[in-house]
Write a protein that binds this ligand. Structure first.
Ligand SMILES: CC(C)(COP(=O)(O)OP(=O)(O)OC[C@H]1O[C@@H](n2cnc3c(N)ncnc32)[C@H](O)[C@@H]1OP(=O)(O)O)[C@@H](O)C(=O)NCCC(=O)NCCS
Length: 151
């Protein structure tokens, strides 16, 4: 089985947009439009990473920060590549970035029904903090999960 050891993680670029968007559409019921990703790539205070295997994008994370807070807007891993530690490796990079930039809180929203993603974040010591009702376009609520960093 191929593992995360074969992965290459790097900053996302405009050349990755098609692959990121294809993955987004396959992973989310209400995917971001391609131009959302494009404008994120051009924004300030952003961290956007892709994981590649054999040159192909298999996962990405898009995060932003504001003073001492980071918000993870998106993380996704291709279905065939899940449970190999790839999201862990991407979040490690985000948390390391937070550590070296004095960020003390990392937060995100996750669908209330997305128990797999909630389990993933709990495994990284994120705590469910409050509910945002009707957060998603189809009316589903979001669970806001937060991790306070010890440094
Ligand atoms: C959530 C997601 C990003 C996790 O990616 P992944 O690469 O499979 O996660 P990892 O392999 O790094 O998981 C690390 C640990 O998190 C936990 N975990 C991850 N996915 C889980 C799941 N579906 N159910 C329960 N625990 C899970 C486990 O403890 C896992 O360790 P283990 O495999 O040794 O048991 C992936 O399932 C995904 O892309 N889902 C669709 C998009 C999505 O929902 N994104 C999050 C939106 S907020």
């Amino acid at each position: 089985m191929k593992t995360k050891a074969d992965l290459e993680i790097s900053d996302a670029t405009a050349d990755d947009l098609d692959a990121i968007h294809t993955l987004e559409v396959s992973c989310f019921p209400a995917p971001w439009r391609r131009d959302f990703f494009e404008s994120e790539l051009q924004g300030d205070s952003r961290l956007h990473l892709v994981a590649r295997r054999d040159g192909s994008v298999v996962a990405y994370v898009f995060a932003m920060w504001f003073f001492d807070e980071m918000h993870v807007n998106k993380i996704a891993v291709a279905e065939s590549e899940r449970r190999k530690g790839i999201a862990d490796a991407l979040m490690d990079r985000c948390l390391e970035f937070a550590r070296t930039n004095g960020i003390s809180t990392v937060s995100l929203e996750v669908r209330q029904s997305n128990s797999g993603a909630q389990a993933f974040y709990e495994h990284l010591d994120f705590e469910p903090t409050y509910i945002r009702p009707r957060y998603y376009p189809d009316g589903e609520a979001a669970v806001v999960m937060v991790r306070h960093l010890p440094w």
